[in-house]
Design a protein around this ligand. Structure first.
Ligand SMILES: CC(=O)SCCNC(=O)CCNC(=O)[C@H](O)C(C)(C)COP(=O)(O)OP(=O)(O)OC[C@H]1O[C@@H](n2cnc3c(N)ncnc32)[C@H](O)[C@@H]1OP(=O)(O)O
Ligand SMILES: O=CC(=O)O
Ligand SMILES: [Mg+2]
Length: 289
């Protein structure tokens, strides 16, 4: 969940919410003339952080490298005695930007400190370079001070970048969404789906979550507290799906023992790939509180 980094009231509110990830924003949720305020407020928040005062993970979305603000954002939050779990790096378009980030984090982090990196893919050029970006991020993770953790699909910037108009069925972003999931999964990265900006329309949000979940996304960005339970519920398996998965795994084991690789379960043909889908469901259900 994004929280504008210059808004102390919203930051304090976010800390008390049952949210999986708080993203303190220095980037597009903060006005150009408030960038210094956001940086200072975030630094103060980090310095005063009490252990375990936040339930989920904490990240800072810095400004993109091309703005010239990213270095100061990183210096400020990574020199705190309490560094965030994750840096969210927007508008990445090239492997050179990852090299810059690796050098910067090498120079700022101390001893055995490491940080997770979430890369934003949100321009036409980023999609053209996506495989190289992912490959390079994973390679740098082996000997640099960051761990490539996932990709975020920045659909609003993407639509601006390609000149698309938003639609309710998301047809204008379907190729990009699929490509992001596919490439993320090829490199064992999480794939985080787009923001639903009509935050008062929870039914529309639910539909978009279910669509993203079906496509293979692992989670979704949110901008308002009311969106949190809807997204959490949609991305975790429900009772019916868990029952289906448990029953299927049991039946699979029995059929394997009797030498049958393919069999019928609740009217469908089941073999190894469906068993793996059921395993995915049960794996995900472990995250439920
Ligand atoms: C495309 C992108 O880059 S998305 C990321 C950048 N954008 C952002 O970060 C925007 C984040 N969201 C927001 O700033 C806000 O939700 C807005 C501006 C859209 C609406 O804010 P408000 O008008 O305050 O909404 P609303 O009155 O419904 O808020 C209800 C309560 O939730 C709080 N709240 C709203 N959004 C947030 C948030 N993101 N984080 C924490 N608290 C929040 C409000 O402060 C308010 O608290 P209160 O009841 O204690 O007074
Ligand atoms: O950063 C997010 C976006 O949609 O753009
Ligand atoms: Mg964006």
């Amino acid at each position: 969940m994004y929280v504008p980094g210059d808004d102390t009231k919203k930051i304090n509110k976010a800390v008390g919410l049952d949210v999986d990830f708080i993203a303190l924003d220095c980037e597009d949720g903060v006005a150009i003339n408030r960038k210094d305020d956001a940086r200072k407020t975030i630094r103060q928040f980090l310095d005063e952080l009490r252990p375990k005062s936040i339930k989920g993970d904490l990240g800072v979305r810095v400004n993109s490298i091309d703005t010239g603000l990213c270095g100061d954002d990183l210096t400020s939050c990574l020199s705190s005695k309490n560094i965030p779990d994750t840096i969210l790096l927007p508008k990445v378009e090239s492997t050179e930007e990852l090299n810059w980030f690796a050098d910067k984090t090498d120079s700022l982090l101390k001893n055995d400190q490491k940080i997770n990196l979430i890369v934003y893919i949100e321009t036409a050029l980023a999609f053209v370079n996506l495989t190289h970006i992912c490959q390079h991020a994973v390679e740098l993770s082996n000997n640099k001070r960051f761990i490539a953790a996932g990709l975020v699909f920045g659909s609003d910037d993407f639509c601006a970048s390609i000149g698309a108009s938003r639609t309710e069925d998301c047809s204008e972003v379907s190729y990009a969404r699929q490509k992001l999931v596919l490439t993320a999964k090829a490199f064992n990265l999480q794939a985080i789906d787009m923001v639903y900006i009509k935050y008062k329309d929870l039914e529309g949000l639910r539909r978009q979550c279910e669509q993203g979940k079906r496509m293979g996304f692992t989670g979704k960005q949110v901008i308002h507290p009311s969106q949190v339970p809807v997204v959490q519920e949609a991305f975790l398996p429900n009772k019916e799906q868990m029952e289906w998965a448990e029953g299927l795994l049991k039946a699979f084991e029995e059929h394997q023992k009797s030498g049958k690789g393919a069999f019928t379960y609740r009217g469908s043909m089941i073999d190894m790939p469906t068993m793996k889908q059921a395993q995915n469901v049960l794996e995900l259900s472990k995250l439920a509180k």
